[in-house]
Design a protein around this ligand. Structure first.
Ligand SMILES: Cc1cc2nc3c(=O)[nH]c(=O)nc-3n(C[C@H](O)[C@H](O)[C@H](O)COP(=O)(O)O)c2cc1C
Length: 385
């Protein structure tokens, strides 16, 4: 197996054992109240056994009210012991491993069963958030990150991608007239204020990163030059990355699209597989900026499962040419949570076939996972009409 994939990397003061990242993947299987269930905990135990260099726990809500999945995880004090249990299971399986929690507020992507809010522009089926409610959400992100540290997590991934609230607020079409909208400074206020407070209150070694959609594929979305623009223009998103670096964050997780609206961009399938090439371009562009401007942020790329068995060759090329630091796999972690360990032992891997069954299960609010290699999800899939 090629060494470059297994070369260690320093992230903050941690040594990441290899370049494989288990991207956040919602399983929609928390217990009532949002605590990680035994099923969820065993998913992270398996990822520990799989020896992924970095594991980012699935989207975990900072509030109990705005969930996209009916069984989504919620990080609050009531659920802290269950999150500690998850960490324990992971660290026992992989003592040197590095595990982050992805923190989110689902905003306009919240389910019909939840408080469906809007922030950037008023929408008929959504409740428009007031100025002070957004300040409360900022505080909820800080509180959840402090709880993540208390639980023993190595850091957090601030979810500012995929159309959730963190992305809504960044968009050029966020034309709110208050301090949370309009100019770039206001649209990045949430990121700035949360990170500044966390830097002051968290231990030095705690890792802070964020996942961004470089281009969302909607008018006025992230990756466009203005509220009325649909054409991709990365200038402003590159300024977000400069800001992250200046705030002293540690990595940027480069993604794209909005699964609910432009899902083929986020997670290409067989007919749309060439969209995965855009992810490689975004990652290279971001990494070049960081190198050319002598910045320190590390770069994680996305959508590697889309290349199926060729993903290792793509990964090798991206790493060898210096176009990324780390390579993130989403659906592949469901197909084979043991992948890196198997590769280093020369064992065969179960490759994701891009069938979209996990996405279909998730979209229909079932527990979701791999319906090709895992009998439980095969059965779940049969119950879909
Ligand atoms: C079932 C499912 C759940 C997902 N959950 C999350 C999530 O919690 N947070 C996130 O940022 N992305 C999530 N994603 C997106 C993946 O992390 C990843 O970006 C996407 O699947 C493309 O990468 P891949 O080609 O390696 O699968 C999810 C995708 C799927 C299919």
């Amino acid at each position: 197996m090629n060494n470059v994939l297994f070369e260690p990397l320093t992230l903050k003061d941690r040594v990441i054992k290899n370049r494989f990242v288990a991207q956040p993947m919602e399983g929609n299987d928390a217990d009532k109240g949002g605590a990680p269930s035994e099923r969820a905990i065993s998913r992270y135990r398996e990822l520990g056994k799989g020896e992924w260099g970095l594991v980012i726990v699935e989207a975990t809500s900072v509030v109990a009210t705005s969930l996209a999945r009916v069984n989504g995880m919620i990080l609050n004090r009531k659920n802290l012991d269950a999150f500690k249990h998850l960490l324990d299971a992971y660290k026992t399986a992989n003592p040197g491993g590095c595990l982050l929690f992805q923190l989110t507020h689902s905003g306009e992507q919240s389910g019909a069963f939840a408080d469906k809010t809007s922030l950037a522009v008023e929408k008929p089926a959504h409740r428009y958030l007031s100025t002070s409610e957004i300040a409360d959400i900022r505080d909820a992100f800080v509180t959840a990150a402090l709880l993540a540290a208390e639980a023993g997590a190595d850091g957090i991934d601030f979810k500012m991608c995929h159309g959730y609230l963190g992305a809504e607020i960044l968009r050029p079409n966020n034309v709110r007239a208050d301090e949370w909208g309009g100019c770039f400074e206001n649209r990045t206020r949430l990121l700035r204020e949360v990170v500044t407070e966390l830097k002051a209150r968290l231990p030095q070694g705690f890792i802070l990163g964020s996942r961004l959609s470089m281009y969302e594929g909607i008018r006025g979305g992230c990756g466009t030059a203005g509220a009325g623009e649909i054409v991709e223009d990365l200038s402003e998103m590159l300024n977000v990355i400069r800001l992250m670096d200046e705030l002293g964050m540690d990595y940027v997780n480069v993604s794209a699209g909005i699964p609910a609206l432009t899902g083929a961009i986020t997670r290409p399938t067989e007919p749309s597989k060439y969209l995965a090439l855009h992810h490689l371009r975004y990652t290279k562009t971001v990494r070049e900026l960081i190198v050319n401007e002598q910045r320190h942020l590390k770069v994680v790329g996305s959508a590697y499962s889309s290349h199926r068995a060729k993903s290792l060759a793509v990964m090798e090329e991206m790493l060898t040419k210096g176009y990324t630091d780390l390579c993130g796999f989403g659906r592949q972690i469901f197909a084979d949570p043991l992948m890196p360990k198997k590769l280093s032992a020369g064992e065969p891997v179960n490759w994701c076939v891009l069938c979209s069954a996990c996405s279909r299960l998730m979209a229909s609010q079932h527990n979701d996972g791999c319906a090709v290699y895992n009998d439980f999800y095969k059965q779940e899939l049969k119950t879909l009409t």
